[in-house]
Design a protein around this ligand. Structure first.
Ligand code: PLP
Length: 412
């Protein structure tokens, strides 16, 4: 595969990441656990370190210059996210700790206000716990019903099955953009359209798509969308909730405290406008600066170019994985993202990951925080997942290590 043809040179990109440079404290590994978290480029590490060293102050509080500068950096990060998602305005961007907190925010604030006894919430069978447990808990609390949109045998969502599930009591459809297990890329714009026709809201979990393809909230027309910085080359501890302005206006605060209120007296309180209304307490300031640098890094490569490159790498991986006897890959083929959950012969997935680790190939194994999906798939799986710094040599090393694993466990 000629990587330069697609304007992405993974070898050149790896030079921008300290994790891939030789270091006395580090064993060099082929990193294929990107769905769990991505590595960080120098640009992100340096932006964060520069902030803590020279720009640190609290935001939206101090009367001093350092506070004004930190506030400007924090709001510049919000503007960057708004542009990245093509939101209508920065006020539609709420900073959170990650995807998990963003979805919990929606379930608590919007859910406890607008979901009533007898209402229905639709979740898909392929959701990560982050987009499942908040809705399970909300349904129990409000006396609502959770409806499960089952996957097809090849790991896709059938839109007619959604149409059949929707009723006039459906308040929300919660759907993952790219499955963290199956690699399925869901048609979220179509799903939102169908949900809206039935009068329901739609929330998209973009944790696995944000760094790998263009994500445009106006084109998708989702009501809510969530992602985490750390899966997009940025820091941990920062994530984003996008929500349409009108929804944020009518939602009550999630947490209360400093920074989210205009007037507090013994008699009354007046909340700040969104997004401040949802950002109680000192926010993750340095992390927002790091997220800004991470999104700039992604845009410096180009999201179309990343998607095209990873698509070609995924096709290569699908071809090469087929060569391994006894390997059973889950999820759709060939139309999918670069996340490969599989089993190999009767070898336990934890054992696969352990043997691969001895060959310096880092993958994940287990149920990937999607237990109901794991149940449907018949148990735990090993999972390799790609990012823009991976290339065909990494897939070759994975395949080689899988052949070794078979031998270690006595398969000829
Ligand atoms: N949603 C999906 C699809 C994920 O893959 C993950 C993490 O793996 C999450 C949500 C949760 O992200 P975080 O732990 O960063 O909140």
């Amino acid at each position: 595969m000629a990587t330069t043809r697609l304007a992405i040179d993974a070898h050149e990109i790896r030079r921008q990441f300290p994790f891939f440079q030789p270091h006395p404290e580090m064993r060099s590994v082929i990193y294929l656990d990107n769905a769990a978290t991505t590595q960080k480029p120098y640009a992100v590490i340096e932006a964060v370190s520069h902030f803590w060293a020279y720009q640190n102050a609290n935001v939206h509080r101090g009367g001093h210059g350092a506070g004004a500068k930190a506030s400007a950096l924090y709001e510049a990060a919000r503007e960057c996210v708004a542009k990245f998602l093509n939101a209508r305005e920065p006020a539609e961007i709420v900073f959170t700790r990650g995807t998990t907190e963003a979805i919990n925010l929606v379930a608590s604030s919007w859910g406890e206000t607008f979901v009533r006894a007898g209402d229905e919430i639709i979740v898909t069978e392929m959701e990560h716990h982050a987009n499942l447990l908040p809705w399970m808990r909300l349904a129990e609390k409000q006396g609502a019903t959770l409806r499960v949109w089952r996957i097809t045998d090849d790991g896709r969502l059938d839109l007619d099955a959604l149409r059949a599930l929707l009723t006039e009591r459906t308040r929300l459809v919660a759907v993952v953009h790219i499955s963290n297990v199956l690699g399925t890329v869901n048609p979220v714009a179509e799903i939102c359209r169908i949900a809206h026709e039935a009068g329901a809201r739609c929330l998209v979990d973009a944790a696995q798509s944000i760094a790998h393809m263009p994500v445009d909230v106006q084109a998708i027309d989702c009501d809510f969308l969530a992602f985490s910085g750390h899966k997009a080359y940025g820091p941990t501890g920062i994530g984003v909730l996008y929500a349409k302005r009108a929804l944020l206006e009518e939602m009550p605060p999630y947490q209360v405290g400093g920074g989210m209120v205009r007037i507090v007296s013994w008699e009354r309180r007046q909340w700040a406008e969104p997004p401040a209304k949802f950002e109680a307490g000192t926010p993750p300031i340095g992390e927002a600066v790091g997220l800004h640098a991470a999104l700039d890094f992604i845009d410096s490569l180009g999201r179309e170019a990343i998607a095209a490159y990873e698509h070609e790498l995924t096709e290569y991986a699908l071809r090469r994985l087929q060569e391994v006897p006894g390997l059973r890959l889950h999820g759709p083929v060939p139309d999918r993202a670069g996340i490969f959950a599989f089993t190999l012969e009767d070898i336990h997935p934890h054992d696969i990951a352990t043997v691969l680790d001895t060959r310096d190939v880092a993958i994940r194994s287990g149920l990937h925080c999607a237990h109901p999906l794991g149940e449907r798939l018949g148990g735990a799986t090993a999972r390799a997942s790609l990012a823009v710094y991976n290339d065909t040599s990494h897939i070759d090393a994975l395949v080689e290590a899988l052949h070794t694993t078979r031998k270690v466990f006595g398969y000829a």
